[in-house]
Design a protein around this ligand. Structure first.
Ligand code: NDP
Length: 306
């Protein structure tokens, strides 16, 4: 029987994960099909029930469901528990286990960004969604001592900070309101800037003005393309990377969880590159509506799926 793995998000039509994971299954001779399921929040619990069936190896969960899935499943790994966000599901019989492979994916991306330099200790993170939680946890684990999180809706950044109270007890983790002058003054004190918002995904805009980027900054945009932020950062003399390494390595970790096999990284990387060249452009589904003023970030105004 052909096994199934699904990516559940809303929307998901532009996701790159399908190309990457299908290529990996085919390369390892695994009879499995990777499917994209566009499920609005109201239909999400039924999708989770379906994934408990015997024909499923597991699933990926993406925008906007990474936090919503937590109460619907049976067990969380440590990384999923600490972040409060899940991007990968595996089955134990009818029980579902939630993992967060964005955490190891981000660790690889951070190491590549920093290169041979000494790991910095201060970071500014833009965004407080599911991706941001993996970023903040990764930064804490990498030894950062001051992390400031800015988010459009401050309360979401505040709940993130509260969520990490225990893991961040030894360091300074703060939520701050999204004002350009405050972001500018924090950037002047920091070495690492991570964009974990979806600003720049659907439109060619940057979350912050180019003028506040200093040449000392190491800039990582989780979005898997050369965003306006990354172009501005390069023009300012910063070191800049997109979300490719994180996407590839979170996918590789998920593949291993579903199959027990080492992931064919080269094959997956090539599949990502071709999907990108073919016009598939979102790492994580395309959050239509979020960039045009959707207030909750939960319900994309008009899904671009299909
Ligand atoms: P969520 O929907 O959980 O969070 C979206 C974030 O973007 C929130 O902080 C939201 O702010 C912010 N945002 C969206 N639109 C605006 C806007 N117009 N102005 C200000 N803030 C805005 O998504 P994720 O955290 O899962 O993903 C965020 C981004 O990271 C996506 O682009 C995704 O593709 C990418 N990503 C990439 C990964 C990779 O492997 N490379 C892994 C994970 C994510 P608010 O809370 O105020 O709505």
């Amino acid at each position: 029987m052909t096994k199934r793995v699904v990516l559940i998000g809303h929307p998901v039509a532009h996701s790159l994960s399908g190309a990457m994971q299908q290529a990996a299954f085919d390369a390892r001779g695994i009879d499995a099909r990777y499917e994209l399921w566009d499920r609005a929040p109201i239909d999400f619990p039924d999708a989770i029930t379906d994934v408990r069936g015997d024909d499923f190896l597991g699933a990926n969960v993406t925008i906007p469901h990474k936090e919503r899935v937590v109460p619907l499943i049976d067990r969380l790994t440590e990384e999923a528990q600490v972040t409060g966000a899940v991007n990968t599901l595996t089955r134990e019989g009818r029980r579902l286990v939630g993992h967060n492979t964005d955490v190891p994916g981000f660790a690889v991306a951070l190491d590549k960004l920093v290169g041979r330099a000494k790991m910095p200790r201060q970071a500014v993170v833009l965004g407080a969604g599911g991706g941001s939680r993996a970023v903040v946890y990764g930064l804490i684990r990498a030894g950062f001592l001051r992390i400031v999180v800015f988010n459009r809706h401050l309360h979401r950044a505040e709940s993130l900070v509260k969520h990490f109270a225990r893991s961040a007890a030894h360091m300074e983790l703060r939520a701050m309101p999204w004002h350009e002058s405050i972001i500018e003054s924090e950037l002047a004190k920091t070495r690492v800037l991570v964009n974990a918002t979806s600003i720049g995904l659907a439109a060619d805009v940057s979350p912050i003005p180019a003028a506040i980027l200093g040449p000392e900054l190491l800039v990582l945009d989780l979005i898997y393309k050369r965003t306006r932020l990354l172009r501005d950062a390069e023009a300012a003399g910063c070191t800049a990377s997109d979300g490719e390494a994180m996407l590839l390595h979170q996918g590789a970790a998920a593949f291993t969880l579903w199959t027990g096999l080492a992931a064919p990284l080269d094959v997956m990387g090539d599949a990502l590159a071709s999907a990108r060249a073919g016009g598939v452009r979102s790492a994580e589904g395309e959050p239509a509506g979020n960039e045009t003023g959707n207030e909750t970030g939960d319900e994309p105004a008009a899904a671009t799926a299909g």
